[in-house]
Write a protein that binds this ligand. Structure first.
Ligand code: NI
Length: 181
């Protein structure tokens, strides 16, 4: 089932998120729905707050980006209860967008490499290194679990520049090709 994506301005995007365990109701269905929603909206990551749930869960699918970013081959995964363990001092800058902020793309500086703790859908524990575009997608989605969006990370001048657009989204004046709330 395709779920509506909550847009900038909705308080759920700023709320703290809670860890979940295997008793979380209909988790597999929720993850299936999140992947379906992500594919339909043509995105590469979707975090639970973006579908209105304040839990520590996000899904990624970078497989369509493999031509440009070979590290994204097979990068279709579920991350549950992630914790960022390490970030490299080495950074890189890329233009980012977000399904909750339609029509905005801005350069964001992020670590090149990260080490992440997370659980998979069976709640097996992992500690894994990611780099390149995979690291970027994870850091973007991880931000959502912390109540942040990528425009929090852009320069003050650029933030001033996109302020009007952000207000437009918050006031419902901006449409998207996908279902929103
Ligand atoms: Ni996003």
């Amino acid at each position: 089932m395709i779920l509506p994506i909550y847009l900038y301005g909705n308080p759920v995007l700023r709320r703290a998120t809670e860890e979940i365990d295997a008793d979380y109701p209909q988790l597999r269905q929720l993850v299936d729905d999140m992947f379906e929603t992500l594919t339909h909206a043509d995105g590469c990551g979707l975090a639970a707050p973006q579908i209105g749930k304040s839990i520590r869960l996000f899904v990624v699918d970078g497989t369509e980006l493999t031509d440009d970013y070979p590290e994204c081959k097979d990068f279709k995964k579920v991350f549950i209860n992630p914790q960022l363990i390490e970030q490299s001092d080495d950074t890189c800058t890329y233009s980012e967008g977000c399904l909750s902020l339609p029509g905005i793309s801005e350069n964001v500086v992020r670590a090149k490499k990260i080490r992440l703790y997370y659980q998979d859908l069976d709640f097996n524990e992992h500690e894994e290194d990611f780099d390149g575009f995979c690291a970027r997608i994870i850091l973007h989605e991880y931000d959502h679990l912390e109540g942040n969006v990528f425009t929090d990370r852009i320069s003050p001048i650029r933030r001033q520049f996109v302020k009007g657009k952000l207000q437009g989204i918050a006031k419902g004046r901006v449409g998207a090709k996908y279902k929103t709330r």
